[in-house]
Ligand binder design. Structure first.
Ligand code: ARG
Length: 234
């Protein structure tokens, strides 16, 4: 293995935004849990390191990895061309789909009806926000029709309170929020289809190779699937 160094010797420091169930969230006892947390823990173990989780805003979590304040960002991060321009990504370990949450009985009945929404809520910095706030020519609805929230839960709360008409968010957290909040539903149809990967500082090839090697072993030996199965019931 080529030599790599980490921000804190002996540790693999992961920046994340632990408000994204079932990928990363804070458990009742204050500990971090979720698919990303456990996969990161398994990667750290393969690399002979101890996992350190640093929880912060989503944008900050991306930036921490970009600027080398963390070794990697793992936060259900979608690979996009814009992000690839400023950081390097591992092989993809999961898929995500942006979906639309509305209140039951909403006049917004299809993904296409989103164009009629007065206000859409998204977590700031996410692909949901980026796509929705884009211009209509680019498939978005314009900044005036999208409110950024600190996290998905806050956007869902605003929807419950009637402050916004819809939330655009990744499908897995969407399912958790809808299950926890009676009266909400996910519309049929996908807004976008995306790949999740781990981000590291641009040019940190030694660490990226080590992460990809660990990911491959954890895929082949079934570890990743068993972690996913633990959090996502079929
Ligand atoms: N997949 C989306 C993106 O990359 C949302 C990720 C949000 N993750 C989080 N931990 N809050 O923009």
């Amino acid at each position: 293995d080529p030599a790599f160094t980490t921000v804190t010797p002996g540790k693999l420091t992961m920046s994340t935004n632990a408000s994204f169930p079932p990928y990363e969230m804070v458990a009742d006892d204050g500990s971090f849990e979720g698919i990303d947390i456990e996969v990161a823990g398994a990667i750290a173990e393969k690399l002979g390191l101890e996992l350190q989780v640093d929880d912060m805003g989503f944008d900050a979590a991306l930036q921490a990895a970009q600027t080398g304040k963390s070794d990697m960002v793992m936060a259900g991060v979608t690979v996009t061309e814009e992000r690839q321009a400023v950081m390097d990504f591992s092989n993809s370990y999961a898929n995500g789909v942006q979906v639309v949450i509305v209140k039951e009985g909403s006049p917004i009945q299809t993904v296409d009806d989103l164009a009629n929404a007065n206000m859409i809520g998204c977590q700031m910095g996410t692909t949901g926000y980026i796509y929705c706030s884009d211009t209509p020519e680019n498939g978005g609805f314009g900044e005036d029709h999208v409110t950024p929230y600190d996290d998905g839960a806050a956007a869902v709360q605003a929807l419950m309170n009637g402050q916004i008409d819809a939330v655009v968010i990744d499908n897995m957290p969407a399912q958790e929020y809808v299950a926890a909040n009676p009266g909400l539903k996910i519309l049929d149809g996908e807004f976008t289809n995306e790949d999740y990967a781990i981000g590291v500082a641009k040019g940190n090839t030694a660490l990226l190779d080590a992460i990809n090697g660990a990911l491959e072993e954890l895929t082949n030996d079934g570890t990743i699937q068993s972690i996913v199965d633990k959090y996502i019931s079929a």
